[in-house]
Write a protein that binds this ligand. Structure first.
Ligand code: KG4
Ligand code: ZN
Length: 398
């Protein structure tokens, strides 16, 4: 079946079309369209995502991106779709300008040859989620297709499963993103149990906050790891940076706690005090080398904790595979460390990492997760859209 998916949980507006087949033990996916419009530039001046701006941008960009995605998937055919303007205006009442775009643009195309519409209903920023949900409702009604409400986190877990890959179960999944840091036991695909989570900041959030302390622009995570990589490359005796890195010794929060929880806000505070103390003692700001070595030590601390807790779950639950999803897996050191540690300590356990373009938010993973929900009969028939409560849930979990 072909699934069209919409993702608007944070600051990426994304639409994908994915062809899916197979059952829950061996689903297979082929990407027909994968469109993402990032709002990074719009939020950058504010140092983080502004929900009202995210909502406005999603409303502005969704229909154009949808049309490009349908074109990519070779599913766009000009023609006519019957639309009841009153109903559309009512559903899209709060999405500024979106009803107009639907009425102007979508009337001009034929119902595409898809089998369902999947949409992220949570977790995420509720004002942003609502835009995607309301458009998905509209599409489901005007095209007469079932609607699949989808969990963003399940998307991150299933994101490595392209190219006919099969996940050996039980598996442990680490989700490390800007909003979440969780360890999830995957009993089988579609069946999950959360075993631990962060008590405060998410790993990506910590990257973003520490990046700000180091004066790096938003988005902090990728910029911080770029700065840290400068340190790795300039090794002594040429760079002579070891002396600065050793004085940045940062804590590894909850590294040896008996549970699967995390805590990253203390680590951020520790970085803040390292910088303050340094400035007081030396009467100057950190230079670039010193910043790079501090970034390196911070990255090391986060990666060590994430990897150790994941391996602890591998051991305790005797898992056959490790899955890592979420924006932070774009981090090279995390990717390399988990690979190395697994090969050394549990060579029989398979590691599944998403390709980089599926690590951060996208709609392809939502189509894939939507397929699993569809197989479990968790979808809404088009006739029931208006009578069913389909809501954004900012805190949705497993
Ligand atoms: O999954 P994602 O795109 O959005 C959420 O659902 O939150 O994750 C975004 C997060 C941000 O906090 C970003 O700083 C972080 O992932 N991130 C990184 C890297 N690339 C993105 N963190 C560390 N190193 C990276 N290379
Ligand atoms: Zn995400």
């Amino acid at each position: 079946m072909k699934i069209l998916a919409i993702e608007t949980s944070c600051d990426e507006t994304a639409v994908s079309v994915v062809e899916a087949e197979g059952d829950l033990t061996a689903p297979k996916f082929k990407v027909l369209a994968h469109q993402i419009s990032s709002q990074v530039k719009i939020h950058a001046p504010f140092g983080g995502v502004v929900p009202s701006l995210a909502k406005r941008e999603h409303a502005k960009n969704l229909v154009p991106i949808l049309i490009v995605a349908l074109t990519d998937a070779k599913l766009l055919e000009t023609g006519e779709t019957k639309i009841d303007p009153t109903l559309i205006t009512e559903i899209l009442e709060r999405e500024e300008g979106l009803a107009k775009q639907v009425l102007n643009e979508l009337v001009k195309i034929k119902t595409p040859n898809i089998d369902a519409v999947a949409v992220t209903v949570g977790p995420g920023l509720e004002p942003a989620l609502w835009v995607g949900i309301n458009l998905a409702k509209v599409l489901s009604i005007i095209w007469n297709k079932p609607l699949i409400p989808t969990n963003h986190l399940e998307g991150h877990i299933i994101s490595p499963l392209l190219d006919g890959k099969i996940i050996e179960v039980p598996a442990v999944a680490l989700i490390a993103s800007g909003g979440h840091t969780e360890l999830v036991l995957v009993k089988k695909l579609g069946e999950y149990e959360k075993i631990g989570q962060t008590r405060d900041d998410a790993a990506g959030e910590a990257f973003d906050k520490v990046a700000r302390l180091l004066g790096l622009p938003y988005p902090g995570g990728p910029n911080l790891s770029k700065l840290a990589s400068v340190f790795v490359e300039v090794k002594p005796p040429l760079g002579g940076l070891t002396s600065t890195s050793s004085k940045w010794k940062l804590p590894r929060p909850m590294l040896n706690s008996p549970d699967y929880n995390f805590s990253f806000s203390g680590l951020k505070t520790a970085v803040l005090y390292k910088i303050k103390n340094f400035e007081q003692e030396n009467n100057r700001e950190l230079n670039e080398d010193e910043k790079a070595s501090l970034a390196y030590e911070f990255e090391q601390a986060v990666v060590e904790v994430l990897v150790k807790k994941t391996l602890k779950a591998v051991k305790e639950f005797n898992t056959q595979a490790v899955i890592i999803g979420g924006g932070v897996i774009a981090n090279t050191r995390l990717r390399e460390t988990i690979k190395k540690e697994l090969t050394e300590k549990y060579p029989a356990v398979t590691l599944h990492l998403p390709p980089l373009e599926l690590a951060t938010d996208n709609a392809t993973m939502i189509a894939m997760a939507g397929y699993l929900r569809y197989l479990k009969n968790e979808f809404i028939a088009p006739d029931n859209i208006l009578s069913t409560n389909i809501s954004a849930n900012g805190n949705l979990n497993f």
